[in-house]
Ligand binder design. Structure first.
Ligand SMILES: Cc1cc2nc3c(=O)[nH]c(=O)nc-3n(C[C@H](O)[C@H](O)[C@H](O)COP(=O)(O)OP(=O)(O)OC[C@H]3O[C@@H](n4cnc5c(N)ncnc54)[C@H](O)[C@@H]3O)c2cc1C
Ligand code: SF4
Length: 550
């Protein structure tokens, strides 16, 4: 058992990298444990069949996928053992940088009302909808810090859904002709649009180059390192301080506690030498432990850390640990551009959005931001975006692909989900990972109010395409299903009262002086926006709180 560190952070993902940077620069000695590898651009294949946008036969970052299954309980209660490339696994990304290594970079602040959903809408039957114990004003300075220290490109004047004190550090991404066409359609409806915020270098920034608008953005690494996350900003700062030790291929298996139940260290498996295939069990001690492993794995690690004093898992004093899992329902309306509208295959692709329907929709709880989509791989277009009556095979399909690929257009939005206590992560009683540890068991389904909101948003997406002059229009109804995925959140929600959640408003596990959680797990609700900028803001806030603590 070593104690050479002030802080141990479990997970060098998006939040973990920020925590490491702020804490190490603030003088703390940090041990950063990451189960994945630090991957160079050339280590992340551009395979169209195996990537984080289309995991048909695998993905392009997960180490040892077969050694880390999960168990998915279907609607009939039947368990299925699933591997990372299966959609039911709810994969984000297991690598240094986490999901942001391959993400789409949408970097949204939540709406102020996203923090007070229960007050604004009441609590629907069967749901666990609650207000956050903090408000937008508490996070605003940290949103600003994330925008500037990670690097976000945006339209200050247009992005009005949440008050902003300072302009974005980078100019917005260029608008494609089809996005201009959508903006004109929105004008006809009286809807306000703007260019959405993306964490991308639209010009050189923080010592790295600008986006070259390649056609392969989301799901892949960036050829110019213009895609911003903590892996190329705060993590290098942590390492440069010489106070952060990053151990990759280090899989935390348990939080260690003392005789009073307080966290004192972490047990983990790591290679005996840097390149060795042999892993050994190690322990490390520190004054503060921060779990930052993503919403599913953070809950799993706390459940795995049960002790005689806390037999149901650390932080499970009020039976909230692992519950309230949320992601985003994502309704999509598809159409075809008229022949006179120029399509574009320049990345990233997302360049027009509206926040008209995030709140204030009569009879509906919450809502969603709507935007156009990333440039698509041809195979994704073939699978998801062809008109329903298109021949799927042979010469007729080839002709359809040739005619329609550049004319496809869609509008989509992340729907504010209504949390349910039955949507949860537990430990599977039978299936174990490569280390012999029980794997995450995922069960539950979407609350009916989420489906209602998703149907409302789908209708707005269709309305937008129709008003823009789309030649054809089609979409699929929202359905109930377990929802977490890349936007997974909520499993260790924060609360002012220990009876209502797992951590306090700074991420400190209730009743545990030295144990923190900091990632999407903390979200009480997940907003009608992509969640990562909120995850980053919380990481800056928790790290500053720790530096200010004696
Ligand atoms: C293809 C893709 C596109 C996306 N696009 C967007 C977008 O446009 N906008 C947006 O807001 N969000 C997007 N996301 C989601 C976003 O990446 C996540 O919300 C974000 O990364 C979550 O941050 P986190 O710190 O909670 O977890 P993560 O970034 O997932 O980090 C968790 C880290 O912990 C490590 N870990 C897990 N268990 C252990 C363990 N036991 N021991 C050691 N290490 C462990 C993991 O390997 C991982 O590196 C996208 C994700 C993907 C995959
Ligand atoms: S579109 Fe730009 S940010 Fe995205 S991967 Fe290509 S070069 Fe990088």
């Amino acid at each position: 058992m070593t104690s050479d560190h002030d802080v141990i952070i479990v997970g060098a993902g998006l939040a973990g990298g920020i925590l490491a940077g702020v804490l190490a620069e603030g003088g703390r000695r940090v041990l950063l444990l990451e189960r994945g590898r630090a991957l160079a651009y050339s280590d992340i294949p551009s395979d169209h069949l195996r990537n984080h946008r289309l995991t048909l036969y695998g993905d392009n970052t997960t180490p040892d996928p077969a050694g880390h299954p999960r168990v998915f309980i279907d609607g009939a209660g039947v368990p299925h053992t699933v591997l990372p490339h299966d959609a039911r696994y709810q994969l984000n990304a297991f690598t240094v940088g986490g999901g942001a290594r391959v993400w789409g970079m949408q970097a949204w602040r939540f709406h102020p009302d996203d923090f007070r959903m229960a007050t604004r809408y009441g609590v629907p039957d069967g749901s666990s909808l609650a207000d956050w114990p903090i408000g937008y004003a508490d996070l605003a300075p940290f949103y600003e810090r994330a925008e500037h220290e990670i690097g976000v490109a945006g339209d200050h004047a247009g992005t009005t859904h949440a008050p902003r004190a300072r302009d974005f550090p980078l100019p917005p991404v260029p608008r494609s002709p089809s996005a201009e066409w959508l903006a004109r359609g929105a004008d006809r409806l009286g809807w306000r649009t703007f260019t959405p915020p993306l964490a991308v270098n639209t010009r050189p920034y923080l010592g790295r180059g600008a986006c070259i608008q390649c056609a392969q953005c989301i799901g892949f690494a960036c050829p110019t390192d213009a895609k911003n996350g903590s892996h190329n900003t705060l993590l290098p700062r942590a390492l440069a301080s010489r106070r952060c030790t990053l151990v990759t291929r280090a899989h935390a298996s348990r939080i260690l506690t003392d005789g009073f139940g307080q966290a004192i260290g972490v047990e983990y498996f790591a290679p005996t030498t840097t390149d060795s295939a042999t892993l050994e069990r190690r322990t490390a001690r520190a004054r503060t432990i921060i779990v930052s492993s993503g919403a599913i794995e953070s809950a799993r690690l706390l459940l795995l850390s049960a002790s005689p004093l806390q037999p149901h898992g650390l932080g499970n004093h009020s039976d909230h640990l692992g519950r309230h899992v949320q992601g985003h329902a994502y309704p999509i309306a598809y159409g075809l551009l008229p022949p006179d509208v120029e399509s574009s295959l320049l990345g990233p692709g997302v360049s027009v959005a509206t926040t008209q329907f995030n709140h204030g929709n009569p009879g509906i709880i919450g809502g969603a931001m709507l935007a156009n989509d990333f440039v698509k791989l041809p195979l994704i277009f073939w699978r998801q975006s062809l008109p329903p009556d298109t021949p799927r095979w042979g010469l007729a399909n080839k002709r359809a692909m040739r005619d329609l690929f550049r004319r496809g257009i869609d509008v989509r939005g992340p729907v504010q989900e209504i949390p349910s206590p039955d949507s949860r992560v537990t430990l599977d009683p039978a299936v174990r990972d490569t280390f012999g540890l029980p794997v995450a068991r995922l069960s539950g389904t979407t609350h009916p109010e989420t489906v209602r909101t998703a149907e409302f948003i789908r209708a707005r997406a269709e309305e937008w395409l129709r008003a823009s002059g789309a030649e054809r229009l089609w979409s699929w109804p929202a359905e109930k299903k377990f929802s977490a995925g890349q936007h997974q959140a909520g499993t260790c929600r924060m609360s002012a009262d220990p009876r209502d959640g797992v951590t306090d408003p700074f991420g400190r596990v209730h009743g545990h002086d030295r144990l923190f959680v900091c990632d999407g797990s903390l979200h009480v609700t997940n907003g009608g926006f992509n969640p990562a900028l909120t995850i980053m803001a919380l990481a800056f806030r928790t790290a500053e709180h720790l530096l200010a603590s004696p």
